[in-house]
Design a protein around this ligand. Structure first.
Ligand code: GSH
Length: 239
């Protein structure tokens, strides 16, 4: 029998997540866009669930997508690509042409590996000079992203054109942290003069009906930031 994915089956989908995780938020955004029902399970990173440890034993990270009779799926972009493949008609995120699709995926990879990690480096850099250098790099990256937006949106509201597409999801889910990191470090990451189109776009994304409620409040990000920068016991020496 042909395997179909009816909405009844999808209600058995579970997403292991953490509210402040942009990687989890992007999967939630896609599940919302595709009208897929799912159960959200919040993980406590100080006390990870057996389900998380069993389903992502190597990395022990969220998001993880759990479905009956299927292996658990890890890594946000892999999960999104999977959802796009099995529910292609529910809400199309990627173009059909394989080369066009690969170009979009390059940019998603770029945003994840070149842009967003700068926020973490800024957090971990203690000295003022180092921090200033990173702020400059972040600002340079926003110029690149502004140009990328202009190219892909081609005068339309989203990276995806008239509707939210893959890059809107990928970059959109970093907007909460973008605001937080800017406020925390006293600089504007997106601003009218330097990135006018991205400023308009970010307002559009943040008020999108399927996005509201996905991006956590700034206080939640502050809680998570405190957790990230908490005093940790020194590593145990075992020899
Ligand atoms: N590349 C991964 C990143 C996932 C990730 O970094 N998850 C973090 C939360 S933002 C996590 O689970 N951290 C728990 C830990 O490291 O113990 C993805 O795209 O899914």
């Amino acid at each position: 029998m042909h395997q179909s994915h009816s909405m009844a089956e999808t209600s058995q989908i579970k997403l292991l997540g953490s509210v402040a995780s942009p990687f989890v938020n992007r999967v939630q955004f896609v599940l919302n866009l595709k009208s897929i029902n799912y159960e959200y399970v919040e993980e406590d990173f100080d006390n990870k669930s057996e389900l998380l440890l069993a389903s992502n034993p190597l990395l022990k990270r969220v998001p993880v997508l759990i479905q009956p009779n299927k292996p658990p799926l890890c890594e946000s972009r892999i999960i999104i690509d999977y959802l796009e493949e099995i529910f292609p008609d529910a809400y199309k995120l990627l173009p059909s042409d394989p080369a066009d699709r690969a170009v979009i995926q390059f940019w998603a990879y770029y945003i994840d590996t070149e842009f967003f990690p700068l926020y973490g480096r800024l957090r971990k850099t203690p000295d003022k000079e180092g921090k200033e250098a990173l702020k400059k790099q972040i600002i340079e990256q926003t110029r690149v992203l502004e140009k990328t937006f202009v190219k892909f949106s081609n005068g339309k509201p989203y990276f995806g054109g008239d509707d939210v597409g893959y890059l809107d999801v990928i970059l959109g889910c970093f907007l909460g942290w973008t605001k937080f990191v800017g406020n925390f470090n006293n600089f504007k990451i997106l601003e009218e003069i330097r990135t006018p189109k991205l400023v308009e776009w970010s307002n559009r994304i943040l008020s999108h009906e399927h996005f509201k409620g996905v991006i956590p409040e700034q206080e939640k990000l502050m809680d998570f930031y405190k957790w990230l920068t908490r005093a940790r016991p020194p590593p145990r020496v075992t020899t």
